[in-house]
Design a protein around this ligand. Structure first.
Ligand code: NFE
Ligand code: MG
Length: 475
């Protein structure tokens, strides 16, 4: 029997999951589909390289800062440039604020209703309200924090906007540094807002994750996936960018810790709606969309590191960094995300204290001079490892490539027929009620997938049409 979740709600973008269950209602196969064609690589061709920082942020409203940072790092890498300490601090304060806002959003606004009954009306009434284990009073208390979290997210966004002009899609991160000089008043405002955000993170957020983790302990044994992790590292602390990071770069592959190099990443397209090279290197630029491809089922390609699928995200960062290695499961992902939010909030305090009103946050050397070059920019987005590649000539982009964390997590099968990490995590789970497959939803949401952006070309019925379709059933 097949179970189809289409669209999967409470995530960014449009995604479909289809699983097959056996007589015991155990998942025996899973297919994850990214239902849209992003196409940013195509629209960047011929543009001024400096535009990429702004255009690529439009890939998504949740993780724009990381796209901006990966983009400027790619340009800075192409010119062998390293920004000054003050620029790195400001970038950390902007990116870290975005992480904190996004993790709070994920837990309260995208995940909570998988475990807690909200008010019995739209938009809180979910399609699957089975296996809700909290009493009405306990549910109400948790839901109150859902509302409070909206306000806290706004405050985290205000922090970001102080040094970035606005959020989403920040204005001040540019190749060469950050074009906003902090004032004493802004530094003090950032600290005030951060104090409120931190109080919520260390109080309610931590407590609420622990509550759910203790009532749903069985979810520490559900949704393991491959147990392979990848992280490019993020938040440069001091010295050269490679010198020291709050989250180190590396991978955990088949039980061993190893280093990562972007050039070892390949993307397979056997099951993706593209024609071209079946296995592309990061900088290969020769795939074309092809909706009629037999056997294909996703717009997402399958990124692999030395042919191996890897999970990206907060648990991957924590695992690679040695911060959290208790287990790999739905609940471990939520716990790791919360612990990361705490750690980043603490680091933000140190970074904002280290800012100076006389620091050098921007150098104009990269404003011109894009005659010829190529570069790679790696960072982490809230959902995991992110890489941008740029190649330009005569101030025009010839080739731009992006591999996002959700591509790692939600990829379809690769050329070796290995499932993507989320697909793998779904296989083996027992679905209690096939009409309310809440277990699948909980596994999917633990990865915080984001399949955002660009051209929407699918109707809820599965017909392909060149039109913009908005569909929000079953929030
Ligand atoms: Ni659209 Fe993103 C993050 C990136 S998604 S949210 O985090 O890059 O994979
Ligand atoms: Mg590509």
């Amino acid at each position: 029997m097949k179970i189809k979740l289409d669209p999967v709600t409470r995530l960014e973008g449009h995604m479909k999951i289809e699983v097959e269950v056996d007589d015991r209602r155990e998942v025996i196969s899973a297919k994850s589909t990214g239902n849209m064609f992003r196409g940013f690589e195509t629209l960047l061709k011929g543009r001024d390289p400096r535009d990429a920082v702004h255009l690529t942020q439009r890939i998504c409203g949740l993780c724009p800062v990381s796209h901006g940072i990966a983009s400027v790092k790619a340009l800075e890498n192409s010119r062998n440039f390293k920004p000054e300490a003050q620029a790195r601090l400001l970038r950390n304060l902007i990116q870290g604020g975005n992480f904190v806002a996004d993790h709070i959003l994920h837990f309260y606004h995208l995940t909570l209703l998988d475990y807690v009954q909200g008010p019995d009306r739209s938009p809180w009434k979910t399609s699957y309200n089975t296996d809700m284990r909290f009493s009405d009073a306990a549910s109400k208390k948790l839901f109150d924090n859902y509302i409070k979290a909206l306000e806290i997210r706004r405050k985290a966004h205000e922090m970001v906007a102080l040094f970035a002009g606005k959020i989403p899609h920040v204005m001040s991160i540019m190749p060469g540094g950050v074009t906003k000089a902090p004032t004493t008043a802004e530094i003090s405002d950032y600290k005030k807002l951060l104090a409120e955000v931190k109080q919520f993170v260390e109080g309610q957020y931590e407590e609420d994750v622990q509550k759910i983790a203790s009532v749903y302990q069985d979810y520490f044994r559900i949704g393991e996936g491959y147990r392979n992790f990848i992280s490019f590292g993020v938040f440069e602390l001091e010295g050269a960018p490679e010198a020291k990071l709050l989250y180190r770069s590396g991978r955990y592959t088949n039980g061993e810790y190893m280093s990562v190099e972007p050039r070892r990443i390949t993307e397979d397209i056997k099951y993706a709606w593209y024609t071209g090279k079946e296995r592309a290197e990061l900088r290969d630029d020769n795939t074309q969309p092809n909706l009629n491809k037999t056997g294909a089922y996703s717009w997402i390609k399958a990124p692999r590191y030395l042919e191996t699928p890897h999970e990206a995200g907060p648990l991957a960062r924590a695992w690679v960094n040695g911060d959290y290695r208790k287990g790999v499961s739905v609940m471990d992902r939520h716990v790791a995300r919360m612990l990361e939010t705490k750690k980043i909030a603490n680091a933000l305090s140190l970074w904002v204290n280290a800012l100076s009103v006389n620091g050098q946050e921007y150098q104009s050397v990269l404003h011109t001079g894009y005659s010829q070059g190529q570069g790679v920019g790696v960072t982490e987005a809230p959902r995991g490892a992110l890489v941008h590649y740029v190649q330009y000539q005569n101030q025009k982009i010839q080739n731009y490539q992006v591999v996002t964390p959700t591509c790692w997590n939600v990829s379809p099968k690769d050329n070796l027929d290995q499932s993507g990490p989320l697909e793998k995590a779904l296989i083996g789970v027992k679905v209690q009620d096939v009409n309310n497959p809440i277990e699948l939803m909980r596994i999917i949401h633990s990865y915080d997938p984001c399949t955002a952006c660009a051209v929407h070309i699918m109707t809820p019925e599965g017909k392909i049409e060149n039109q913009f379709v908005v569909s929000t059933p079953g929030f």
